[in-house]
Write a protein that binds this ligand. Structure first.
Ligand code: DGY
Length: 326
């Protein structure tokens, strides 16, 4: 019997996807540009599985062109690149990779928080560029963490992992979510706030909510104006949660002190974008999960989901509600 055709939108190291060997026929896309390459789109008609990245849009038009499709496996925990309702309508389960990238993303969040609090990027550049001429009592001054307030927006797995780490730095923790989570208060010595109050009280605001219709544009001009002029905004979730133009104005006009971003809108952020030129913005290229172990495990989980879907079994991690009978 012919092996099922699977479209892998981006090359992955063979040892990360070794479980697919002998189980599927792989059609692999190029490393760049992101998205479904033309030669993949041509073969959609015969594809039974798709293993894609967060940069690949799976919408109804694509699904229309793939009548034999039985599973979509996203190598990411976020799945805002996929039209879940359209997949569910066609009874196509969608897999994701929760849990495995929690620590790596929380680590990077703390790295961004520390880097911006202590002006690390500027200090390192100044040292390299010859501006370190003396030990200056007033040079490269940053913020103290102990006693400062960190506001966590979205207290899911990653938000909690950030809270756990932040406690060690003596930060006071407040959080917001769709509802008050009493178990979180006790476990992390954190206090629930409305988003408005969190924005008003925090010295650092860190975003950890998924991107969906409710959170798109959540941090807009009104929200940014509620923040302290000394506060820093950190985003390791999804770029479109922040309204970019409003953020540029906030940083230029001093509504807030700084932003540290792992995710942007769009991605990649073009080199000529004004956010790069602002001295108070610090941008890294969506590397929250970028550790050897994490990325490998994400790929392995994506393969597990893919193979389960092809075998007609329940995906170990799926995101469409109501896809399997109770
Ligand atoms: C995800 O998996 O959604 C992350 O953004 C990848 O780093």
């Amino acid at each position: 019997m012919a092996l099922p055709l699977v479209i892998l939108t981006h090359p992955l190291p063979p040892e990360w996807i070794s479980t697919l060997q002998g189980r599927v026929r792989l059609l692999v896309g190029p490393a760049e540009p992101p998205g479904f390459a033309p030669h993949l789109l041509e073969q959609l008609g015969g594809a039974e599985g798709i293993l894609c990245l967060l940069t690949d849009k799976v919408d109804s038009a694509l699904l229309e062109a793939a009548p034999r499709l039985r599973v979509v496996s996203n190598m990411a925990v976020g799945f805002d690149n996929i039209d879940i309702a359209a997949c569910t309508l066609r009874k196509i389960p969608v897999g994701n990779t929760p849990g495995v990238l929690t620590d790596a993303t929380a680590d990077l969040t703390l790295a961004l928080l520390l880097s911006s609090a202590r002006t690390l990027f500027k200090a390192a550049m100044d040292a390299k560029d010859g501006f370190w001429r003396t030990w200056s009592p007033t040079g490269w001054l940053g913020a103290d963490l102990r006693g400062a307030t960190l506001g966590i927006v979205g207290m899911g797995k990653i938000g909690k992992a950030v809270a756990e780490r932040a406690k060690g730095f003596g930060l006071k923790l407040i959080y917001t979510d769709s509802k008050h989570l009493p178990e979180v208060d006790a476990q992390y010595s954190a206090e629930f706030r409305s988003l408005d109050n969190l924005l008003r009280e925090s010295d650092f605001v860190s975003l950890h909510c998924p991107l969906n219709a409710k959170t798109r544009g959540l941090i807009d001009e009104t929200a940014l104006k509620k923040m302290k002029p000394t506060a820093t905004l950190i985003n390791t979730a999804r770029g479109p949660i922040i309204v970019n133009d409003a953020l540029v104005r906030a940083l230029r006009e001093g509504w807030i002190a700084g932003a540290a971003l792992d995710v942007t809108d769009p991605e990649p952020l073009p080199p000529e974008h004004p956010l790069y030129d602002l001295p108070n913005s610090f941008i890294v290229p969506h590397i929250g999960s970028a550790t050897h172990g994490t990325r490998r495990r994400m790929a392995e989980m994506a393969c597990e989901n893919l193979l389960a879907g092809l075998d007609g079994e329940k995906l170990p991690n799926h995101v469409n509600p109501d896809i399997y009978p109770a």
